[in-house]
Design a protein around this ligand. Structure first.
Ligand SMILES: [Zn+2]
Ligand SMILES: [Zn+2]
Length: 78
C-alpha cells in the first residue's frame, strides 16, 4: 500500500497533510517547514545540517549525542 492517500503529501513528523508552500523535503520524506527541526533542541534544521534516525530528526550535535551515544549505551546495558 502506498503511503500517499489520493494527493497531498503527509508530514513524516506530525503525519498531517503538507501543502506545497510549507513543504520541506528531506531524505525522500516530506515535512512541514515548522516540523523540520531537531527533536531535542527544537533548532530549525536545514538540508545541509540535519540528521535523521528512524524517522526522527536531529541536528548534527544531538544526532551524535542521542543516536550514536544511545547505541553505545545499549550495547553496554546488554
Ligand atoms: Zn508536520
Ligand atoms: Zn539539537
Amino acid at each position: 500500500m502506498p503511503m500517499k492517500f489520493g494527493g497531498g503529501d503527509k508530514c513524516a513528523s506530525c503525519e498531517k497533510t503538507v501543502y506545497p508552500q510549507e513543504k520541506q523535503e528531506a531524505g525522500g520524506k516530506n515535512f512541514h517547514k515548522n516540523c523540520f527541526k531537531c527533536t531535542n533542541c527544537k533548532m530549525a534544521l536545514k538540508l545541509n545540517n540535519y540528521a535523521q534516525a528512524h524517522g526522527i530528526l536531529y541536528c548534527k550535535k544531538h544526532f551524535q549525542e542521542q543516536v550514536t551515544a544511545k547505541n553505545t549505551q545499549s550495547e553496554v546495558a546488554y
